[in-house]
Structure formats: structure tokens, C-alpha cells
Design a binder for this molecule. Structure first.
Ligand SMILES: C=C(OP(=O)(O)O)C(=O)O
Ligand SMILES: [Mg+2]
Length: 400
């Protein structure tokens, strides 16, 4: 039924206008699935390797496709094991994690198609579709996603009190619009960064004020609790030689960075702080988690890179209390699921995430519902972001 009869690969555009890999998987009973690889800009040092799209496709055609034909698309572990065997390395540096993840997602969708089940149900089972993740919406950003804007990479609206996923999604869009109003009132021009967030040429301190004000306005309008959070992407700020976090002319030692972030958590009642410290510093992550982990999520993105080995190290050290899950950081859905399960067994919250370079692919919306993730980070506006948000709304609509 779900036996794979064909896998085709092509180069398509991502949201930055770069080539990325799209995969189609066909099964003998006519099942069809399509997946496309996203791409990061502030990538973690320990991520699986993305090759140039053309090279990755050529390698995957030669090494992976012959192993996949004849396998059952519904046997996700077998498909993903075949991808790993075809690659033969730990980090997909032979065929590229971009082809691997595109094929892995396409196979899951082909299997769901044959089974006549929504993807989230095929991946997560009959009891999924009851809980929905809180969308974290990037409303102001800079760092590697927009030069000449904030040092902090992402300011994320978190509508934690929304009664439904649809109201949460619209609340984030309203915060995005309110940020534009507040910036306008202050006479600050703002372009948009890679993920559609406003990228104003203002200091981080001013950005906190702007986002706080925008969140307050929308909270008053909608009548439910909206907080906000950050992705500090601190590995990008950390200078190994100076052993300091560099914010333009200012530098902070690790202790000062911990103090700074703990102060922000208290001052702004932050719901979420991703990568507040360098990706190699489990100890500092543990110190900050110890300090504020009872009242906010400290999330590891570049720290864990969706990798069970790195997550296990973090759990042992007490570093962070949540993990960002990006399937292309590790290369397959099976590996991403393993990371989610290890996190859940150890009381770590799961946040399913897009990348700054995206396509119309909606797999992560299904993955978030399938894994019962507490949060999904997938932007606020822009077609490649709304593709996922609108899919979440459709899933919620169909699931009842
Ligand atoms: C989405 C992110 O950005 P990128 O895809 O550039 O790593 C992130 O850092 O969480
Ligand atoms: Mg991040």
C-alpha cells in the first residue's frame, strides 16, 4: 500500500530567494507527499550539514533514492534509517540534511495520504488534535536576520492566555501591527527582516519598550493574557577570543550576561528566552535556569540542535528547561521525534520551529500537534509563515 515507487528531487526557491531542496514521494497505491527543506542563517555549530541544493540533490539521487524505492513510506523509522545508511556519516555531510529532511517529510505525507489521515494524526495517533501549541510570533528582530537592527535576534509575542489557536494567531498579527504603530508614533522607520518581523534601527532597550507597549495595547483589546519572549541567539553575540557577549560597543562577561537576562525576565515578565548564552556553555545555561527556570522557559536551540546526545548532556547538567525542535538541524523526522520524547520524559517543554529561510511547506504545524508541543515558533506574517499558521487553524477546525 504505502510502498515507495518513486522519489523525485528538485531545486525550488526559499523565502530568501535561495535554492532549496523539494522532494516528492510516490507510493504504489497512488499516495503522494511533498516536502521542502528550510534553511537557517544563525545556524548552530553542531547542526547537521546543509549542502548546496544542487549538490545535495545529485548525491541523494545517487545514494539515497535507490535504497528508498520498495520501502514502506508508512514505516518512518525504516525510511529515515535508509537515509542515514545512504549518507553514512553522523551529520548528513554526504547527501546533505536538506535532501534528507525533505525526503523524510515527503515520505510521512505520502503515507498519510494513502491512509487518508491528516499528517498530524499519522505521526501522533488518534488522540492528537485536542491540544494546540501557543504560537510564538516574531514581531521585532535583528541579529543575523536583519543588519542594522537590534542585537537581540527575535522579540516574540506569546499569547499564552488565548482561548484558541486561531485567536492566538490573530493576536500575534495584531501585536505585529501595533509594533508598527508604536514605531510610527516614535518616528522610527522600519523595514522587515528575514522572518517578516520589524527590523527597526533602535537599541535593544528601546525595542523592549516598543514591544511591551504593543503587547499591552493588544492585550487590552483582546482581553486575554499576552506576554513576550526572546530568541537572543547568543552564540552569534559571543566572541570566543574576548570571552564576552558583544553588543556593539558594549561587552558583557558570562556572569554579566546571566545577570542581564535574569533582570529582563523579571522586568518584562518574559515567558520565554531562547539561547540566552553561548552554545558551548552548558554550565552558564544551568546557572540561569536555576535562577529563573521556575518562571520562564529557557530554551536551547543552538545549544541542543535537536540532537538527543546534546540534549542528554543538557539534562545531566540542568541546562535549560525546553528544547527547540527544527527537523533540518538533525535531518529526519525520526530523530526529531526522539528528541521530543527524551525532552518530555525529562520534563523539558517542546517548541517546534521554522527556520529563517522557509518555504510553503506546512509539516511543522502538523509536527507540533502530533507531538503535543507546548509552543510553535513560526513567525507572524509573510506567506511562508502564514502557511504554517493557517494550517494550524485548519487542523483545529477539522479536528473538532
Ligand atoms: C529560526 C531561527 O533562525 P535560523 O533559522 O536563522 O537559525 C532561530 O535561531 O531560532
Ligand atoms: Mg534560535
Amino acid at each position: 500500500m504505502t510502498r515507495i515507487t518513486g522519489v523525485s528531487l528538485r531545486r525550488v526557491l526559499d523565502s530568501r530567494g535561495n535554492p532549496t531542496v523539494e522532494a516528492d514521494v510516490l507510493t504504489e497505491s497512488g499516495g503522494f507527499g511533498r516536502g521542502a527543506a528550510p534553511s537557517g542563517a544563525s545556524t548552530g555549530e553542531y547542526e547537521a550539514i546543509e549542502l548546496p541544493a544542487g549538490e545535495s540533490i545529485a548525491k541523494a539521487r545517487e545514494h539515497a533514492v535507490p535504497r528508498l524505492e520498495g520501502l514502506y513510506a508508512g514505516d518512518q523509522r525504516a525510511v529515515d534509517a535508509a537515509l542515514r545508511a545512504a549518507d553514512g556519516t553522523d551529520d548528513f555531510s554526504n547527501i546533505g540534511a536538506n535532501s534528507a529532511v525533505a525526503i523524510s517529510m515527503a515520505a510521512a505525507k505520502a503515507a498519510a495520504d494513502v491512509l487518508g489521515a491528516p499528517l498530524y494524526q499519522h505521526l501522533g495517533g488518534a488522540f492528537r488534535g485536542e491540544n494546540f501549541p501557543v504560537p510564538l510570533g516574531n514581531v521585532v528582530g535583528g541579529g543575523e536576520h536583519a543588519k542594522e537592527a537590534t542585537h537581540i535576534q527575535e522579540f516574540l509575542a506569546a499569547p499564552v492566555g488565548a482561548p484558541s489557536v486561531s485567536e492566538a494567531v490573530f493576536a500575534n498579527a495584531a501585536v505585529h501591527a501595533a509594533v508598527a504603530d508604536v514605531l510610527d508614533e516614535r518616528g522610527v522607520p522600519a523595514a522587515k527582516g528575514d522572518e517578516g518581523a520589524w527590523a527597526p534601527p533602535i537599541s535593544d532597550a528601546d525595542a523592549f519598550e516598543v514591544v511591551d507597549e504593543a503587547v499591552d495595547r493588544v492585550e487590552d483589546e483582546v482581553g486575554f493574557e499576552i506576554r513576550f519572549g526572546l530568541d537572543m541567539a547568543a552564540a552569534e553575540l559571543y566572541d570566543d577570543d574576548r570571552e564576552a557577549y558583544v553588543y556593539g560597543d558594549e561587552a558583557k562577561s558570562t556572569d554579566e550576561q546571566i545577570e542581564y537576562v535574569a533582570g529582563l525576565v523579571d522586568e518584562y515578565d518574559l515567558a520565554y528566552v531562547e539561547d540566552p548564552l553561548d552554545e558551548n556553555d552548558y554550565e552558564a545555561f544551568a546557572a540561569l535556569t536555576d535562577r529563573v527556570g521556575d518562571r520562564t522557559l529557557i530554551c536551547g536551540d543552538d545549544l541542543f540542535v535537536t540532537n538527543v546526545e546534546r540534549l542528554r548532556e543538557g539534562i545531566d547538567a540542568g541546562a535549560a528547561n525546553s528544547i527547540l525542535i527544527k527537523p533540518n538541524q538533525i535531518g529526519t523526522l525520526s530523530d526529531a521525534f526522539d528528541a521530543v520524547e527524551l525532552a518530555a520524559r525529562n520534563g523539558y517543554e517542546t517548541v517546534i520551529s521554522h527556520r529563517s529561510g522557509e518555504t510553503e511547506d506546512t509539516t511543522i504545524a502538523h509536527l507540533a500537534v502530533a507531538t503535543d508541543a507546548g509552543f510553535i515558533k513560526t513567525g507572524t506574517v509573510g506567506g511562508e509563515r502564514t502557511a504554517k499558521l493557517n494550517e494550524l487553524i485548519r487542523i483545529a477546525d477539522d479536528a473538532v
